[in-house]
Design a binder for this molecule. Sequence first.
Ligand code: ADP
Ligand code: MG
Length: 248
Amino acid sequence: MNAKILETENVTVSFDGFKALNQLNFSMDLGELRVVIGPNGAGKTTFLDVITGKVQPTVGRVLFKGKNLRSLPEHQIARLGIGRKFQTPRIYLNLTPRENLEITSNRNKNAFSTLFGRPHAAEKNSIKGLLETIGLSLKADIPSKLLSHGEKQRLEIGMLVAQSPDLLLVDEPVAGLTDEETYNIGELLLALAQSHSILVIEHDMEFVRQIARKVTVLHEGSVLCEGSFEEVQNDSRVIEVYLGKQQD
Ligand code: ADP
Ligand code: MG
């Protein structure tokens, strides 16, 4: 059996009696790239909130690498190795992409190495590699405010990776992007998936088709079905609650 990076057991989240998550059972293997889809209000964002500790389960538990996350504050869960990318980029616009990546990776070093300013050779190399991975080598030294929306999204994914999390949570990374930028984000996530466990929440079905291995469909706070993109796309329950609506 494969090691699990993430499991939820019977997780229910009630907001004044309304169940945003309803007895949710989910598990994902170490090293997996998983896409979670579902109609608006299905509970996708709440699912990420309950993993990162922003919201506590009313019932049930969340396990990260087998460890129960109950009652841990958000910053401690982040430190255990869960990184989250929010929908809107949170980068320093006046700094260059290279500087943004340097700051993020420095934040994780001990105070001693940060005190002595300049990044070491090894770190410079890893930032150079990361700039290549996110496709920003040629724009590494211009102010980040000059980047396109898609480039900013890629930079922020790079900043997430610079923190070396074991699990990357990515919420709707292609909302508002052009087709070309969407494709680039897809290729970036596929490249990162070779060395990371990644959970992506997404709405855009073309994008899901591009990156999906295993897809989980959420509906009314529970797993409706799971499988390959083709299996999920042809499932009559999914067509009814989700794809059907989109094709109208
Ligand atoms: P999705 O991301 O799939 O669109 P959400 O997880 O944002 O869905 O929301 C699931 C349901 O829970 C929605 O009906 C939403 O209105 C409700 N909900 C989410 N957060 C709260 C909250 N803090 N208080 C009350 N209801 C909430
Ligand atoms: Mg959402």
